[in-house]
Design a protein around this ligand. Structure first.
Ligand SMILES: Cc1cc2nc3c(=O)[nH]c(=O)nc-3n(C[C@H](O)[C@H](O)[C@H](O)COP(=O)(O)OP(=O)(O)OC[C@H]3O[C@@H](n4cnc5c(N)ncnc54)[C@H](O)[C@@H]3O)c2cc1C
Length: 458
């Protein structure tokens, strides 16, 4: 594919005319920020544009396709997979100028919003009306709804409520060439034609630019309770989850904290558990004010064999427990100033063998694995810390990281449960040749000249 390798004077004049001074930047300092994301990788770009409405996006995409200018759609740039890192120089389209909350309907249980709206702001507005938008990525205060949809973001509550894909009823996207497409709608059910909304969810900006979202809402549970339970080993901790599910309890969240994380937590702050506690589970349940006490007691009975426990009912008390889980990522930097992260998913019953195998691989390369994550949906955060200024350490870490991706496939897993392929993951090792080829053919139907996020996603 041949792309424009710079912007001509005519190109610049077109962009200035379309976006004006406020919606366009060629400033090298600004371009530096927009050519990277939370992965810390970097690329090169010619310009950043910030459309205000769908009309501008359509006009821009018509022009970009005709001129073969590469386009990198961007939300809030929190991708950990390099989803916003330009692999081919082009123009970043920041969607943060389109952040309107269009409608929240308590009768339809539907919201409509522009993609640049911050997830946490949206959730707070929804909750004021007694409703809930369940997808809750840990990064939600810093992400956009469009970014969540295009990565199919998951979160802590996925075990009970599912991931972003389960809450997208419809969307509008602008294709290269400028055509506006409307998929799905405000109905909870719709089986007419192919479900193209599902194609867009998790498409990592490779099919079109999302300009509007129609999202499903549910009633907000009135009450919640959490329990943090300590065990002698990860084996025992994960067994407790099996007991909880076997008792017919579906927790809103079920998180595991592995042995290395426990060591890190005790090294970096006050911890209330005794020394024998080497791994933990954190459960949360939710429901009505009348029943939450009963449900909590039922959950507690399944955890009788825990060495230690701490319970919390209601947000304030629960926050004290969740603070330990939230501390892990930042505290892990005691193991090294740089990080390579994994977000693999395995079938729920394979978490333990997968973590043990990952630890073995890491130890074989002289590395320690930091494993924790969403046990309820088999999603393992497998992080490696290192010192990028030490070439030997950096090489051993990269080698381990690749070996972990390979190993996860042996467990019937996926190399990414949350963050997507982006520009960093070798998705080819997971996707079969035939399936990968079919995806690329579909991509070309949306984007025949492959101007959108080339070499990213899949
Ligand atoms: C500290 C931290 C914690 C995190 N925790 C979680 C977590 O719990 N769960 C989880 O799933 N992820 C998590 N992430 C990863 C990240 O926050 C998510 O992938 C998030 O959904 C990205 O949203 P964003 O607005 O930043 O999108 P961006 O990073 O800007 O973009 C992500 C992708 O979507 C595309 N895109 C964005 N907007 C549009 C649009 N309007 N049209 C077309 N394409 C678009 C981009 O091209 C890119 O490929 C975490 C990241 C950090 C840094």
């Amino acid at each position: 594919m041949t792309y424009a390798d710079s912007l001509t004077g005519v190109h610049r004049a077109f962009l200035e005319d379309l976006f004006g001074k406020d919606g366009l930047s060629f400033d090298p300092a600004v371009l530096r920020v927009y050519s990277s994301d939370a992965s810390n990788e970097k690329g090169d770009i010619f310009a950043v544009v910030r459309p205000k409405d769908t009309g501008q996006v359509r006009e821009f995409m018509r022009w970009a396709d005709a001129e073969r200018v590469v386009v990198h759609p961007r939300g809030r740039g929190t991708s950990l997979a390099g989803g916003c890192v330009p692999t081919v120089p082009g123009i970043v389209v920041s969607m943060l100028g389109m952040d309107k909350l269009i409608d929240i309907s308590s009768t339809d249980f539907v919201a409509e919003a522009e993609p640049g709206l911050c997830t946490a702001i949206f959730q707070a507005e929804v909750e004021k009306r007694g409703l809930m938008f369940p997808p809750d990525p840990a990064s939600g205060k810093a992400t956009s709804l469009g970014g969540n949809v295009c990565t199919c973001a998951g979160g802590l509550r996925a075990v009970k409520y599912g991931v972003t894909r389960d809450y997208v009823l419809g969307c509008e996207i602008v294709l290269p060439g400028g055509q506006l497409m409307k998929f799905g709608g405000r109905t909870q059910k719709d089986v007419v034609g192919l479900d193209l909304t599902r194609f867009v969810v998790g498409s990592e900006g490779t099919l079109g630019i999302v300009t509007k979202l129609i999202l499903k809402l549910i009633p907000k549970p009135e009450a919640s309770a959490s329990v943090l339970v300590g065990y002698r080993s990860l084996e025992d901790a994960l067994s407790s989850m099996v007991k909880v599910f076997a008792a017919g309890i579906l927790p809103a969240a079920a998180e595991f904290i592995g042995e290395t994380c426990m060591e890190i937590l005790t090294r970096t702050g006050e911890c209330p558990w005794p020394d024998e506690v080497k791994a933990m589970m954190l459960f949360q349940i939710d429901g009505s004010r009348e029943t939450i006490g009963l449900e909590n007691a039922r959950l507690s009975r399944q955890l009788d064999d825990a060495l230690w426990r701490m319970e919390g009912v209601g947000k304030e008390e629960e926050d004290r427990l969740w603070a330990f889980r939230r501390r892990i990522s930042a505290a892990s930097y005691v193991l090294g100033p740089d990080r390579m992260g994994g977000d693999m998913a395995v079938p729920r019953g394979k978490i333990l063998p997968a973590v043990r195998r990952f630890e073995e691989i890491a130890a074989g390369n002289g590395k320690r694995l930091v494993a924790f994550g969403h046990a309820g949906d088999g999603n393992i955060h497998a992080n490696l810390h290192y010192d990028a200024s030490d070439p030997d350490d950096a090489a051993r870490t990269a080698k381990t990281h690749h070996a972990l991706d390979k190993a996860v496939l042996e467990f019937g897993g996926s190399i990414s449960g949350e963050h997507g392929g982006g520009s960093l993951k070798d998705v080819g090792q997971q996707l079969g040749d035939g399936e990968h080829e079919l995806m690329l053919r579909i991509r070309r139907l949306f984007d025949p000249n492959l101007i959108l996020n080339p070499k990213k996603g899949y």
